[in-house]
Design a protein around this ligand. Structure first.
Ligand SMILES: NC(=O)c1ccc[n+]([C@@H]2O[C@H](COP(=O)([O-])OP(=O)(O)OC[C@H]3O[C@@H](n4cnc5c(N)ncnc54)[C@H](OP(=O)(O)O)[C@@H]3O)[C@@H](O)[C@H]2O)c1
Length: 298
């Protein structure tokens, strides 16, 4: 029997990579809430419970990969009701539908559920979010555990990769340096940058290995934003002197607090899923190789 995999947020950075990777292997049902990104995408607003049920009743998926979220950390802080609706109530609608349909649920969470005081967090460490985005994603995790027996909670960190319409940290650095713009980047903010294509492969491994539970699925290297920008410049042969290192307290554009060091230990995922999680250089090299094949990207 061919698995039927429904993907929420299929138009997003991670969702689009998951669709691309799986479309020839499984029956894929990409979904969107605003504009369709894939030719056969189905409209499903996760906030609307009835809409979710209709789509589940029609397609009867065996596996659901739930990537849809309000991912803008500052918008979550400023528009708390909207963030709660999408990240908490939307996740509840998906979890309930999975329970009723007996479908495996793969929920994409985040490193921002941690407070960032320790770094290199493992799956046993206690979450303690310091911003509203992290809080809503943690509530999402609790809902998934409460509703579903067969689930994966995958926690990545700082996603990057090519996307036709959306920018991310890496594409922002590349575009700015290409245009000769000076950029301020923080030297005291650490995470585990994750190539979206690599995360998509690892998510697929959780299905193939029939894994269950919580996994940190991120890049294998802890790095600060400034060193990350320098490595981006190196990989894409851009002008490093445009990169200006500053402290988080001097960056005035953030509305929400950021954890200082939310880097993740990926030992469990590497061992149990037998998946190669890339370090920063490996991820950037892979991205560079795809620069010309993924046209019109940002
Ligand atoms: N980006 C990061 O650095 C990062 C880091 C750690 C964890 N994560 C987690 O990884 C996952 C994927 O992130 P991403 O960066 O790939 O996301 P993204 O590019 O921001 O895409 C998010 C998607 O969510 C969909 N969405 C928003 N509201 C919706 C609603 N009411 N109903 C249905 N769909 C809705 C959007 O679809 P439409 O365009 O159709 O509205 C959008 O395509 C998220 O769960 C995020 O929390 C991200």
């Amino acid at each position: 029997m061919t698995l039927k995999i429904l993907i929420t947020g299929a138009s997003g950075l991670l969702g689009s990579k998951i669709v691309e990777l799986n479309k020839d292997r499984y029956e894929i049902i990409p979904t969107h809430s605003t504009q369709p990104f894939h030719p056969n995408s189905v409209k499903m607003d996760i906030i609307v419970g009835e809409n979710v049920l209709q789509v589940f009743n029609k397609f009867r998926p065996n596996v659901v990969i739930h990537t849809a979220a309000e991912t803008n950390v500052d918008r979550c802080e400023s528009y708390k009701n909207e963030a709660w609706k999408v990240n908490v109530e939307g996740t509840r609608n998906i979890a309930e539908a999975c329970k009723n349909a007996n479908a495996k649920l793969i929920f994409i969470s985040t490193d921002y559920i941690f407070n960032g005081e320790k770094g290199l967090y493992n799956e046993e460490d206690k979450p303690n979010p310091i911003n509203y985005y992290g809080l809503t994603k943690l509530k999402g995790e609790e809902i998934v555990r409460a509703h579903c027996e067969d689930y994966i909670i995958a926690r990545p960190s700082v996603l990057y990769g090519w996307h036709l319409k959306k920018t991310n940290y890496v594409t922002w650095v590349i575009n700015s340096l290409k245009q000769g713009k000076r950029i301020d980047v923080v030297e005291d903010h650490y995470n585990s940058p994750t190539l979206a294509d690599n995360l998509a492969e690892a998510v697929l491994r959780t299905i193939e290995t029939d894994a269950n539970g919580t996994y940190h699925i991120a890049g294998s290297e802890r790095i600060n934003r400034c060193d990350f920008a320098l490595k981006i410049a190196e990989a894409f042969k851009l002008d490093k002197t445009l990169i200006n290192s500053i402290k988080m307290e001097d960056l005035k554009v953030w509305i929400a607090k950021r954890p200082k060091d939310s880097s993740l230990s990926v030992d469990k995922a590497q061992k149990e899923l037998k998946v190669g999680l890339l370090n920063v250089k490996e991820g950037l090299v892979k991205m560079k190789k795809r620069e010309n094949s993924e046209k019109c990207h940002l």
